[in-house]
Ligand binder design. Structure first.
Ligand code: PLP
Length: 359
C-alpha cells in the first residue's frame, strides 16, 4: 500500500525493518528499547546519538539547543508564548492556514498578539510577500507555520524580521530541506510526519531565549528545565527518540543529507503538480504556484461525485488516505520524505488516467 496520510505518516522502510529486528533485544544490550531506563548508559548513548545526528543534519550551531519534549506541537502553541512573550510586549503571528490560526488561538490566552498577515481573504491559498507583513520591530517574536499541512502552502524561503526572533512551526516539513538554523529563534516539530513516530516533539531553541521563561511556570512548561536536564527532566519518550535517531541516520546515510532530500522532494511533488497543471480543466490546485507545498499536495476535482469515484478507484490500486482534511475537503496527497518516488509515480499515473477517463 502507498499511504498518503498527512500524519502519523509513512516511515522509511529500512527504519521499520531495523526497529522490527531490534525490538525484542537491542544488539549489545540484550533488552528491548521499550524496557531500558532513560537513565541507563545505553539509552543516554541512543539519545545523544539521535541529537548528534540531528545537529549534523541541520548544521545546528552552538548557539542553539535541541530538546526532546512531549505534548505534540499543540503544547508548543502554548509553551512558546508562556516562555517567550515578554511583559508589555506583543508577538506577531503570520496566518497562512489552519495551523497558524490554532497557534494564534493559544497564544492570545497568554498575552498580546498582533496579526502580521492573515490569508483568510484568499482562503489561505498563498503566502504573503515580505512587503505585506506588518511586523512590529519591538515584538517579542514573530511566529509562522512553515508548511500548512491542511491547505498545502509552504515557505521554502526565510522571512526578514530584523532583530525579532522568528519562531517556526516545522511540524510537517522538518528535514524536508536544509534550514539556516541561525536565522531562527525557535524551530519546533512534532515527529509524526517527517521525523519519526508520534510521541516526541523536537524544539530547537536559541540558548539566550531560555532565560526568558518565568520560573513560576509549571515545571514541565519551562524550556529551561528541559535544557538544563538534557531533555531528561522527566521520563522522555524513549522509543520515539530512538526511532527519530534512526530516521536521522537514514537521511544522512541513505539519502545523503537534506539538500539531497530537498531535491528528491521537489522531484516527487512536481510529478503531481505537473499532472494537475496539464489537466487544469479537471484538477484545480488549491495553492498558488509559488506557494505550493512540496509535502502536502492539495487539489479539487470537478464535483463531489467525481471526487468519491477518485478515492474509490485510488483505494483499489492501494493508493490510500488521499482525502483532504475534513475542514477543507478535496484531495490531499502527503508526500513526506519517506514516501518513495515509486509511490508518487503510481499516484501521478493514476491521476493522469483518471482525468482522461472522466473529463
Ligand atoms: N502544526 C502543524 C503544521 C501540524 O501539521 C500539526 C499536526 O498535524 C500540528 C501543528 C499539531 O501537532 P500535534 O498533533 O503533534 O499537537
Amino acid at each position: 500500500v502507498y499511504n498518503f496520510s498527512a500524519g502519523p505518516a509513512v516511515l522509511p522502510l529500512p527504519v521499520l525493518e531495523q526497529v522490527q529486528r531490534d525490538l525484542i533485544a537491542l544488539p549489545g544490550v540484550g533488552s528491548s528499547i521499550l524496557e531500558i531506563s532513560h537513565r541507563s548508559p545505553e539509552f543516554i548513548d541512543i539519545a545523544n546519538d539521535a541529537k548528534a545526528r540531528i545537529v549534523n543534519l541541520l548544521s545546528i550551531p552552538d548557539t542553539h539547543d535541541v530538546l526532546f519534549l512531549q505534548g505534540g506541537s499543540r503544547l508548543q502553541f502554548s509553551m512558546i508564548p508562556m516562555n517567550l512573550l515578554e511583559e508589555e510586549k506583543s508577538a506577531d503571528y503570520i496566518l497562512t492556514g489552519s495551523w497558524g490560526k490554532s497557534a494564534k488561538a493559544e497564544a492570545v490566552k497568554e498575552g498580546n498578539v498582533q496579526i502580521a498577515w492573515d490569508g483568510a481573504d484568499c482562503k489561505y491559498n498563498r503566502l504573503p510577500k515580505q512587503s505585506e507583513l506588518k511586523l512590529d520591530p519591538s515584538a517579542s517574536y514573530v511566529h509562522l507555520t512553515s508548511n500548512e499541512t491542511i491547505e498545502g502552502v509552504q515557505f521554502l524561503h526565510e522571512i526578514e524580521s530584523g532583530d525579532v526572533p522568528v519562531v517556526v512551526d516545522c511540524s510537517s516539513d522538518i528535514f524536508c530541506r536544509p534550514l539556516p538554523v541561525d536565522q531562527y529563534g525557535v524551530i519546533y516539530a512534532c515527529a509524526q510526519k517527517n521525523a519519526g513516530p508520534a510521541g516526541v516533539t523536537m524544539v530547537i531553541i536559541r540558548k539566550d531565549l531560555l532565560a526568558r521563561g518565568d520560573a513560576e511556570l509549571p515545571g514541565y512548561l519551562l524550556y529551561r528545565n528541559h535544557a538544563e536536564a538534557d531533555s531528561m527532566w522527566n521520563t522522555p519518550p524513549t522509543f520515539a527518540i530512538y526511532v527519530m535517531g534512526l530516521v536521522a541516520k537514514w537521511l544522512q546515510e541513505e539519502i545523503g543529507g537534506l539538500a539531497a532530500m530537498e531535491k528528491l522532494n521537489r522531484e516527487k511533488s512536481s510529478l503531481l503538480y505537473d499532472v494537475i497543471d496539464s489537466n487544469a480543466d479537471f484538477y484545480v490546485g488549491h495553492a498558488e504556484t509559488d506557494s505550493r507545498s512540496i509535502m502536502n499536495v492539495t487539489f479539487r476535482l470537478p464535483n463531489a461525485d467525481v471526487e468519491k469515484k477518485f478515492f474509490k478507484s485510488a483505494e483499489e490500486l492501494n493508493l490510500t488516505n488521499l482525502k483532504g482534511h475534513r475542514s477543507v475537503g478535496g484531495v490531499r496527497a502527503s508526500v513526506y520524505n519517506a514516501m518513495p518516488i515509486a509511490g508518487v509515480r503510481a499516484l501521478a499515473d493514476f491521476m493522469q488516467q483518471f482525468a482522461a477517463d472522466n473529463k
